[in-house]
Design a binder for this molecule. Structure first.
Ligand SMILES: [Zn+2]
Length: 156
């Protein structure tokens, strides 16, 4: 009985996870094949298959310049350099997103509920948000896969 209940719950939660990420809600819609043509294997795995890169592997971790972090897939601005901080986790971390460009859902891939973040324009998976961020600002840690982002330095 308990197992049936758990299986039912699992089905329900996975259904709602995928249901809220229905493809037709996005401005940028491409087939898996079209995405594969423009993204590397790692980028595709993260952005389109909700994967996670290995920690401490992103070249973006070292960037201290001023600029904007955009979606690797559709170039939508997602995070500003002034909101980036060194969380020590091995993933690029921000205390806030650029409002209106990042969507939130719930993902149970780790076996428990995590708040997933994705690009609102193309639906690309970015990472997760946790509540152990800097207490002196938002308290939030947006834990983002570097491979899901591209950095555009400020020009002036
Ligand atoms: Zn995007």
């Amino acid at each position: 009985m308990k197992n049936t209940l758990l299986a039912g719950l699992f089905l329900l939660t996975s259904y709602s996870f995928y249901a809220q990420r229905a493809v037709n809600q996005y401005d940028v819609i491409k087939t898996a094949q079209e995405w594969k043509a423009t993204l590397s294997d790692l980028e595709f795995y993260i952005l389109r298959e909700q994967g996670t890169e290995r920690p401490f592997t992103s070249p973006l971790l070292k960037i201290k310049q001023k600029g904007t972090y955009v979606c690797k897939a559709c170039k939508t601005p997602l995070f500003k350099s002034e909101h980036k901080f060194d969380s020590g986790t091995g993933w690029p971390s921000f205390d806030r997103e650029i409002k209106g460009n990042v969507g939130y859902g719930v993902d149970y891939k780790a076996g428990y509920a995590r708040s997933e973040e994705y690009c609102l324009k193309c639906g690309g998976h970015l990472g997760h948000v946790f509540t152990d961020g800097p207490k002196n600002t938002t308290g939030l840690r947006h834990c983002i896969n570097g491979a899901a982002l591209a950095f555009i330095p400020d020009t002036k």
